[in-house]
Design a protein around this ligand. Structure first.
Ligand code: ZN
Length: 68
């Protein structure tokens, strides 16, 4: 089976810059854990914020629900 990649897109509430990361399911789990919110840190202003999993990566959110 081909390895699947997920695009995680978030926007910093402080400075508004967007971050787009492409991750494998293993990387997502390792980086953010199995939770409904991703803990993010802005690369521009270092603001820490949490991003809603559903809006950051709808595809991953849907797949998570399939596995539950
Ligand atoms: Zn920022």
């Amino acid at each position: 089976m081909a390895r699947k990649y997920y695009k995680v897109k978030t926007a910093c509430p402080q400075c508004g810059c967007t971050e787009l990361t492409t991750l494998t399911p293993e990387e997502i789990k390792e980086k953010y854990g199995d939770v409904a919110n991703f803990d993010m840190e802005c690369g521009e202003c270092m603001e820490q914020y949490s991003a809603d999993r559903k809006s950051a990566c709808p595809e991953w959110d849907a797949d998570c629900k399939l596995h539950e």
